[in-house]
Design a protein around this ligand. Sequence first.
Ligand code: IPE
Ligand code: IPE
Ligand code: MG
Length: 245
Amino acid sequence: MHVAIIMDGNGRWATRRGLPRTAGHVEGAKAVRTTVEAAARAGIQTLTLYAFSAANWERPRGEVDGLMFLFRRYLFAETRRCMDESIRLNVIGRRDRLDEKLLRAIEHSEQLTADGKRMHLRIAVDYSAQSSILEAARRSRRIPDVTAQDFRQLLDEADHSAQQTPDVDLLIRTGGEQRLSDFLLWECAYAELYFTERTWPDFQAADLAAALAEFRRRERRFGRLPGPTPAAAEDRPRSTREWLH
Ligand code: IPE
Ligand code: IPE
Ligand code: MG
């Protein structure tokens, strides 16, 4: 089971309280901690969190710096816990625009948690699904007759993700907006989408449980018909033809 979350609404959470937007990001980091713990307990194998999009560089310098600082602090504080909980931490997205200190912190966390088996935690930073797809397309030119499976591997490579990540089963977006904002466009081909008004800093273990309960009620069809395939399948072409006449 792969759950992906667009953690949105930090700014509005803060503004509503008369606080600076960065205060919302500080609270958001606490919600990350709670959610990671709850997801591991719920038996989720892969959790991908959207922390910073490639487009978020367009925000004011102070907000971007604050987010990068919080991210590094999160890595310092949580790596030990991930090791204890057997969680493999992996940062996906572009790395060439990240600060040297952050880059070292990422590499350090990834190395220390590499053996984690319980859950694969992917944090998307400077991430853009379109850029990843484009990069995978460039790399695919060296493979003759590239298959969807090969392409999926190239995508993980382009994202610095551990290999063999399954496609997304459930995509959650907090903060009330109903859009993907360039997140995991390829991997969400058949994801169930779940939108909640709850802003990210208010997101609790119970909200994750509610999303998972809703997911279990959904019927995933992948383009097929619901239920088992009828036994007398060979009768169908003829009856379809008769009906068309
Ligand atoms: C999500 O919250 C965090 C990031 C995008 C980094 P926002 O900062 O987008 O909060 P809103 O959407 O403005 O409320
Ligand atoms: C998406 O949220 C990115 C993250 C949550 C990290 P945004 O707030 O940047 O997305 P838009 O601008 O509302 O589409
Ligand atoms: Mg937002």
